[in-house]
Design a protein around this ligand. Sequence first.
Ligand SMILES: [Zn+2]
Length: 303
Amino acid sequence: MDVRKKTDHCRFCGQGAVKLIYPPTNNTGSLKAGEFSCTNCGFGMHGPIVKCDLCGMIYSNENLSQERISTYYEVSQDPLYFAEQEARRKTFEIYLSKLEKIYPERGKLLDVGTNTGLFVKIARDRGWNARGLEPNRWAVEFALKNYQIDLINKPFASGVFPENSFDVITMWDVIEHFADPVAELKKVCRYLKSGGVLAFSTVDPESPLARFMGSKWPWYMEMHRVFLSRRTADSYLQRIGFSKVIFRPHWRRLSLGYLASRLKAINKKLAAVAQGAIKTFGLPRLIVPYYANDLYDCYAFKD
Ligand SMILES: [Zn+2]
C-alpha cells in the first residue's frame, strides 16, 4: 500500500511550508511489521524527510496513522532486544539517577512504551510507585513472567487514566515513534499533576552527527516518524503547558560488541576492523559508557 502523502503545509503548526530535505530511500513506500521492532536494521531506510520552515519540525512525510503504527508494535517480536539487557539495565539506572536529581520526591511514575518493563522494575526497586504502558503483547507477557510486573497492555491514549494522575511520566526513546508527538505531549500534560515532570530521550536531527551524515543518518529510519530538535521540542512543550524545559546530554551504556555493530551504519570497513579487534581481545560483552551526540535528554515541568 502506498502510504506517501503529498502536502505543502506543515501538519503540526499548519502554517509553515514544508521543504523536502532528504528524498526517500525506502523505494516502496510500504511498511512491514518487522520494520517496527526496536532493534531492526533498517538504518538509513526512510520515507521523504521534510522540514517546516516555521516551527522547525522534521518528519517523514508519509500518511501513516498512529493506529496503524500501534498495530505493528502490538505484534512485532524483538528477541535481539535481550542481547543488550545488561547494558540497558545500567542505562536505565543512569536515567533514573538523573531524574531523581531533577525530581527527588518518589511519587507516581508512568513509563510510556516501556517495552519489557525493565525501567518500571528498576524504579519500583528504588521506591517509586511505577507503572508501565506497553502495546506489545509479547513484551507484556515477558514482564509478567520475569519481573512479576503487570504492565498495561494498551497504546498511549486518552481516557486510560484520570487527568492529573502522575508525578512523573517517562518516555525513553519513544517520542520519535509517534505519528503525532505533539498530540502525545498534550496527553502527557493532561495526565501529569501540576508541577509534575515529563522526562524523555530522543534523537536530535540538528546534532552535529545528524547534519554531517545527512540522509544516511541511521536514525532516519521507517520506525522513526518525527524528529524534534531541542529548539522545536522546547517551543512545542512551552506552548502545550510546560513552564520549565531542561536539556541534558545523552549518556547510555552499550556493550562493545553492539557498539561495533552499530558502526556499520557509518562505515562498514571501520565496523569490520572494530568487530575483529573486539573479538580478538574477547571484549564483545564489555559494557562501556557511550555519549550519544545525536540524542538528548529532556525534562519538562508542567505548570
Ligand atoms: Zn510547522
